[in-house]
Design a protein around this ligand. Structure first.
Ligand code: ADP
Ligand code: MG
Ligand code: MG
Length: 252
């Protein structure tokens, strides 16, 4: 498995510091959850790691197996084995889900060792079935006209087909009804093995009823302020965030 190390990460947007020194290490085989109030920098963390141009890293480092991720081009990050499921996935007109998947898979393989077409189709069909996704979706332009739930299922389809080393999933549960939530969780849980590490960003504890994280981190005001086991998420659900603010002496 791979290791993603986020060290003292500071990130600014348009000159305003949003992340103020985030430290997190995710290893293959581990599921980590990041929870926290709205506007606390959770999505900023995901976007900065994946190299969104608007997010300026002013200090700190992100290393994948010791390699400097922040020095890599965005497509190199994906090839190195990072995957980002975005809170708001964008539409890609002119590229079908099927095309996107095949080129993403092949980008991670050596030239001349592309996935055979029939093998790809079989794998895609099986995964579509597993995630209870309509087969027609594969031939539609990626995310174009997809409902919120369809976009999230599609992200899990990508995750299962691309098989990254480390995935960062931002609010993969937002806007899902309970059936879709179960399917999405089923997909993520199926990937659990020593060669896959996952950072699950979520505002609500609900998703963590279906995916049990090994570690739960609480993010507030641009920092990870507390880490614990799954019971931490349950306490947050029951009591909110105020007790952490009191415990740590954080002012609003
Ligand atoms: P969270 O995901 O925890 O809700 P975000 O990372 O989305 O928080 O946002 C953290 C802060 O950064 C907020 O104050 C938000 O308004 C600001 N922010 C996030 N993205 C942008 C952007 N693209 N442009 C300007 N401000 C942004
Ligand atoms: Mg938010
Ligand atoms: Mg967010």
């Amino acid at each position: 498995g791979s290791t993603l190390e986020i060290k003292n990460l500071h990130v600014s947007i348009e000159g305003k510091e949003i992340l103020k020194g985030v430290n997190l290490t995710i290893k293959g085989g581990e599921f980590h959850a990041v929870m926290g109030p709205n506007g606390t920098g959770k999505s900023t963390l995901a976007s900065a790691i994946m190299g969104h141009p608007k997010y300026e890293v002013t200090e700190g480092s992100v290393l994948l197996d010791g390699q400097d991720v922040l020095e890599m081009e965005v497509d190199e990050r994906a090839r190195a084995g990072l995957f980002l499921g975005m809170q708001y996935p964008s539409e890609i007109s002119g590229v079908t889900t099927s095309d996107f998947l095949r080129s993403s898979i092949n980008a991670r393989r050596e030239e001349g060792d592309e996935i055979p077409l029939m093998k790809f189709i079989k794998e895609m069909d099986n995964t579509l079935d597993y995630l209870e996704i309509d087969k027609n979706m594969a031939q539609r332009y990626l995310n174009e006209g997809f409902s919120g739930g369809e976009k999230k299922r599609n992200e899990i389809l990508q995750l299962m087909m691309i098989k990254p080393e480390i995935a960062i999933l931002d609010e993969i549960d937002s806007g899902l009804d309970i059936d879709a939530l179960k399917v999405v969780s089923k997909g993520i849980n199926k990937l659990r093995d020593e060669n896959f590490g996952c950072l699950i960003i979520t505002h609500y504890q609900r998703l963590l009823n279906y995916i049990t994280p090994d570690v739960v981190h609480v993010m507030m005001q641009g920092r990870v302020v507390k880490s614990g086991g799954p019971e931490l998420a349950q306490r947050l659900e029951a009591e909110g965030y105020d007790w952490i603010k009191e415990e740590l002496g954080i002012e609003d």
